[in-house]
Design a protein around this ligand. Structure first.
Ligand SMILES: Cc1cc2nc3c(=O)[nH]c(=O)nc-3n(C[C@H](O)[C@H](O)[C@H](O)COP(=O)(O)OP(=O)(O)OC[C@H]3O[C@@H](n4cnc5c(N)ncnc54)[C@H](O)[C@@H]3O)c2cc1C
Length: 388
């Protein structure tokens, strides 16, 4: 068993660290992406620099011009990237356009209409699954798509949809067979946001500064040719995508956030003197450093192992649940301790800590609330357990 990262991955990690230190961390003072997007005049030059050092379209298959990196490599990159708060929390496009993985399941004709324009950065797609009465339990969704000749009639309401206001298309999950639902009754349809009957009803501003949308679909005609994959395949396609999000989007991101929060805690504790001695001399502060380092280390091993097993083709469903729970909770504790050590300064907007605090609080709910994942994990473990 080898716990060291491969040599080429260490080199790549260094490249990303240098990029973040040189290009992104200096931006933090002048720009904090509280909204969903980086302004074009900041994003475009950064994208050109990222391309120049080979950090471009990392998860896109090579046949579409991407780097097709494995998940472990992308986790290592994400860990480095999310040491900075200069990148948006959602829709981070510094290393290439945001491509929803489900789009790689487009057929040849659909690729021309949806995938390639997204890859060229010309079109944007949002993902619409959650509903007012179906968040943690998407199988309970009410949005219906009823086949009528060469199209579907779509009716329903989706809530908390990130980026819907600027999206050209929505990737909508809808019930096509009410009997089967999660077992083959939910279908993924690409809906043109300009279609008659698509209503951007309202926004929901959140504590992270973003404002996802509520969308109402009223008798929207969606061509049958806009079904991604097969009818009834939508639920399993979305779950696969969400699983990768738990490992890289949540797990690896939290490693980066916690890693820098810990570095800041150690820097400040050596510099700040109270009652004649640096904070770093106090056992109460030392314990916060030790606990944070220990928890971060355990979480990192878990993320790397899970990503590695995923790349070997293993079923990592349970490990991915563990990663999301462990990393989001760990990052919450480490950021909280770092704020505590920084005292009043830690609460100010001069430092990234308060923003991380709000972010890591939110991701214990989105894309699988902690309690739901614990529940699913326990169900799977108990089902697989053979009584002794
Ligand atoms: C900022 C933001 C952006 C989002 N972006 C998107 C997006 O782009 N697309 C999209 O489709 N969705 C999006 N969502 C929706 C998000 O994924 C849901 O909010 C999340 O899945 C939780 O659903 P809910 O809010 O309906 O909570 P509910 O399902 O009502 O659950 C509420 C709470 O109940 C508890 N709970 C629920 N079930 C159980 C259980 N079985 N056992 C124990 N406890 C349980 C949990 O603590 C949970 O937090 C976004 C949400 C936010 C806030």
């Amino acid at each position: 068993m080898d716990f060291d990262l491969p040599e080429e991955l260490k080199i790549l990690k260094d490249t990303v660290r240098r990029f973040v230190d040189k290009e992104l961390i200096p931006l933090e003072r002048e720009y904090r992406p509280e909204g969903e997007e980086m302004p074009e005049h900041i994003l475009k030059p950064l994208q050109e620099k990222a391309k120049a050092v080979g950090l471009w379209m990392l998860d896109v298959p090579q046949e579409y011009g991407g780097a097709e990196l494995d998940l472990l490599t992308r986790c290592v990159i994400s860990e480095e990237l999310f040491r900075t708060v200069a990148v948006p929390f959602r829709n981070n496009e510094v290393f290439g356009p945001e491509v929803r993985a489900v789009l790689f399941h487009c057929n040849e004709e659909q690729k021309e209409r949806f995938l390639y324009p997204v890859l060229r950065g010309e079109k944007k797609v949002c993902f619409a699954q959650t509903e007012p009465d179906a968040g943690s339990d998407p199988a309970g969704m009410r949005t219906r798509a009823i086949r009528d000749g060469d199209h579907y009639l779509l009716n329903g309401t989706k809530r908390f949809i990130t980026g819907a206001g600027r999206a050209d298309y929505a990737q909508v999950m809808a019930v096509t067979d009410a009997e089967k639902r999660a077992r083959g009754g939910i279908t993924c349809l690409i809906v043109d946001m300009k279609s008659p009957g698509v209503i951007l009803d309202r926004q929901w501003p959140t504590m992270m500064g973003d404002a996802p949308w509520q969308i109402v679909f009223e008798n929207v005609k969606v061509p049958a040719a806009n079904v991604i994959g097969k009818e009834g395949e939508g639920f399993s396609l979305a779950q696969k995508w969400l699983q990768e999000g738990r490992i890289r989007g949540h797990g690896a991101r939290c490693l980066g956030i916690a890693g820098r929060a810990l570095d800041m805690m150690m820097d400040y504790s050596q510099y700040r003197v109270t009652f004649g001695r640096p904070l770093a001399d106090r056992q109460a502060v030392q314990f916060m450093v030790a606990d944070s380092a220990m928890e971060l280390h355990a979480a990192r091993l878990m993320v790397y192992e899970c990503a590695w097993r995923h790349d070997q083709g293993e079923d990592v469903r349970n490990l991915a649940y563990m990663v999301k729970i462990m990393c989001t909770e760990m990052a919450g504790r480490v950021v909280d301790r770092s704020i505590q050590v920084h005292g009043g300064v830690g609460l100010t907007k001069d430092l990234p800590l308060e923003w991380w605090y709000r972010q890591v609080r939110s991701i214990r709910i989105t894309e699988g609330a902690t309690e739901v994942l614990r529940w699913r994990l326990a169900q799977n473990l108990i089902k697989a357990h053979k009584p002794q």
